[in-house]
Design a protein around this ligand. Structure first.
Ligand code: PLP
Length: 354
């Protein structure tokens, strides 16, 4: 740290992204990216747009937003596009939370929530998941604090039904409830419709997972006109051209070929089922995932040990050191062939342990 670094960040522990190693080619099952490339129209759109890169992007991202409005059946005024959904989460924490308006979230969830709160000096409380790693809805009913819940949750993959989300939102009318739906296309139920009825609900989604655009950085949020206006105020006070030209074009083109992406999501759901049952046959406990990853543990091998043994064999998965989940690995669902390679490697590893 330099001697100039502000004291307010002295104890900030930044988020640790999943490894993106360059030393050799891995089967990458560690950051929940899509195994499928962007569709041809996306690649064409990006190339075409590159010829106009001397010009700023549209600060309103209006073409992209109109298309999102059409697909999600919401007025454009109720949608904001951002540089990854991490950015809209940062705006939302900034816009709606402070000392008088703390935020709560599960103890096991997306690691960025506590980092944003720490960075912004927002008080927060982590509410333990139940022993079976599900969210106890009763913990959030009438809690009278801002709430962020990933649904489906990460790294567990477990989803809450929409009826539970509605109970949480309805019972906290004076607080903002953020539902992070990064994985919703893999079997969850979106709360977007509920934003018509509840002015305190903000639904956040991303193009990074189901739409094969992690590298383009595109996220969006849908909520009441008032909430979205506040987020635009922060956006215009931070980075008005937050979504670059190529990403706007890529996102729009992806939405014109929505069928391709939703079909890929169905393929991943099928491969997830196959992988889960193969892991279970081998004695793994696998949580019920509605996401593009599986969270699994085995009584005979620790999560850290399995992670390392797989890495030696050229397969990357994610291991978290947190006490409650240190026995688990989070495994992104890739192609059927990648998952076959994973299972074969696990057979080798477990065989050698005997
Ligand atoms: C991946 C992920 C995001 C962030 O995605 P971006 O790439 O920033 O759009 C947000 N929330 C959760 C729970 C995620 O897993």
């Amino acid at each position: 740290m330099s001697r100039f670094f502000s004291n307010k960040f002295a104890s900030l522990v930044p988020y640790t992204p999943g490894e993106q190693p360059r030393d050799k080619k891995y089967i990458k099952l560690n950051t929940n990216e899509s195994p499928f490339p962007p569709s041809p129209a996306v690649i064409r759109a990006v190339c075409e747009e590159a010829t106009s890169l001397q010009l700023y992007s549209d600060p309103e991202a209006s073409v992209l937003i109109s298309k999102l409005a059409e697909i999600y059946d919401a007025e454009p005024e109720r949608i904001i596009a951002t540089n990854g959904s991490d950015e809209v989460l940062d705006f939302a924490f900034n816009a709606f939370c402070d000392n008088e308006h703390p935020i709560v979230f599960p103890d096991l969830t997306y690691g960025f929530y506590s980092v944003f709160a720490d960075k912004l000096g927002i008080p927060y409380e982590e509410i333990p998941l139940k022993d079976d790693f599900t969210v106890d809805v009763n913990d959030y009913i009438g809690i009278n604090k801002n709430i962020v819940i990933a649904n489906p949750n990460a790294p567990t993959g477990i989803a809450l039904p929409l009826s539970d989300i509605e109970k949480i939102v309805a019972s906290n009318p004076d607080n903002v409830v953020i539902i992070d739906e990064a994985y919703v296309d893999f079997g969850g139920e979106s709360a977007i419709k509920l934003t018509e009825k509840y002015g305190n609900l903000l639904v956040v989604q991303t193009f990074s997972k189901s739409r094969s655009l992690a590298g383009a950085r595109l996220g969006f949020a849908i909520g009441s006109k008032e909430l979205i206006t506040d987020l635009h105020t922060l956006r215009y006070s931070t980075n008005p051209y937050n979504v670059n030209r190529m990403t706007c074009a890529a996102g729009y083109a992806a939405l014109t070929e929505n069928g391709y992406y939703m079909q890929n999501a169905q393929t991943i759901i099928r491969t997830r089922g196959y992988t889960k049952s193969e892991l279970e046959k081998r004695g793994f406990e696998v949580l019920d995932s509605k996401a593009n990853f599986l969270f699994a543990r085995h009584p005979d091998i620790g999560g850290g040990e399995l992670y390392l043994a797989l890495k030696e064999r050229g397969i990357l998965v994610r291991h978290f050191k947190k006490e409650r989940i240190k026995d688990f690995c989070r495994i992104t669902v890739g192609t059927a062939m990648e998952m076959k390679a994973l299972i074969d490697s696990i057979d080798e590893i477990m065989g050698e342990k005997k």
